[in-house]
Design a protein around this ligand. Structure first.
Ligand SMILES: [Fe+2]
Length: 322
């Protein structure tokens, strides 16, 4: 670690220690249903930033709620924008917090967001991101042979982790090679009777409340961008895709889940930054359980150590599997 990052890292650690991280109540812990085939937490945008210590606190509180849980998650999935500036000090702090709860989860599945790669040399950032994932307990990565997309198979589901082919400021560049790979990976899962959890940082155009959930601006902003329609075409060829994204920083609402017919789109609030919309409480995330015939998605207010009231929008989602 270079001098700049080392000093920043030490300052961030000190600031987090001084913040006296709140302890979420432990009387309504996350419990694992033993009849579920696979259960994981989905978190959007920790966006750890040396200039905003409150983000580290929100992320740390979510980790504490996981530490309080009964049982163990099969995985934690983080949907990009781990680090505001893509800086080594930010990744290191995020890794410290995740490694502090390593006994509570199996695999760490993580994709890049625009903040992780923008404004810097793409190849260097990709390598830095891979090193971050490797430094986290259970981190799943591939050899990044000139790309950042890969998959991970489990007995009843497959995770397909997408990533931008180049550094873009706001969207994801998904080139033809990645799109062909995506199609083949989904088809493979489909042929094996598996649900395909496809992870990408940004959702599709006109989906999950866009453009409202991105401040009402533009026809593509907040989405993948230029290749959005081509990705949608791939999803529409299959019937087993659950597309899970972050980026919008929009709290639990009617927009989180959209049934797009043959595929489903789930947009996850931010766990580290302030959420937009009416539900702006800190440290929001989803706990997702896969069963033989359904998927149950529950909204967790990590900072409060409790589930969001089941009757509120975005709180409880049930997807019937065919
Ligand atoms: Fe983002």
């Amino acid at each position: 670690m270079n001098f700049y990052n080392k000093n920043r890292y030490e300052a961030m650690k000190k600031s987090l220690a001084a913040a006296q991280i709140p302890q979420p109540p432990a009387d309504e812990p996350i419990e694992i249903d033993d009849s579920a085939l696979f259960t994981f937490a989905a978190w959007g945008d920790p966006q750890i930033f040396h200039g905003s210590p409150s983000r580290s606190v929100r992320f740390a509180v979510a980790c504490r709620d996981i530490a309080n849980m009964r049982g163990r998650l099969d995985a934690i999935a983080v949907l990009g924008d781990v680090a505001e500036m893509g800086a080594e000090c930010e990744y290191r702090l995020a890794a410290d917090l995740l490694n502090g709860i390593s006994e509570k989860y199996g695999d760490f599945l993580c994709i890049t967001g625009n903040h992780d790669i923008r404004k810097r040399n793409y190849a260097n950032q990709r390598a830095k991101f891979r090193d971050f994932v490797k430094s986290v307990s259970g981190g799943i990565f591939d050899n990044h042979n000139g790309r950042y997309y890969f998959s991970k198979d489990y007995p009843h589901c497959k995770f397909i982790l997408m990533g931008s082919d180049s550094n873009t400021f706001e969207g994801t560049n998904i080139g033809r090679q990645q799109r062909e790979w995506l199609d083949s990976q989904i088809a493979q899962a489909e042929s094996e009777g598996k649900t395909a959890f496809v992870l990408n940082h940004q959702t599709l155009k006109w989906t999950n409340g866009l453009p409202v959930t991105w401040g009402g601006n533009g026809k593509w902003r907040g989405s993948i961008g230029i290749q959005s329609d081509k990705v949608r075409e791939i999803f529409e060829k299959h019937n087993n895709v659950i597309f899970i994204t972050g980026h919008l920083h929009y709290g639990f609402s009617i927009y989180n889940y959209e049934d797009c017919g043959c595929f489903k789109a789930l947009s996850v609030p931010t766990v580290g930054v302030v959420n937009h919309g009416n539900m702006s409480r800190d440290s929001q995330g989803y706990i997702i359980s896969l069963y033989e015939d359904k998927i149950i998605i529950r909204a967790r207010l990590h900072a409060e150590g409790r589930w969001l009231d089941k009757n509120l929008p975005g709180a409880y989602i049930e997807i019937k599997l065919k």
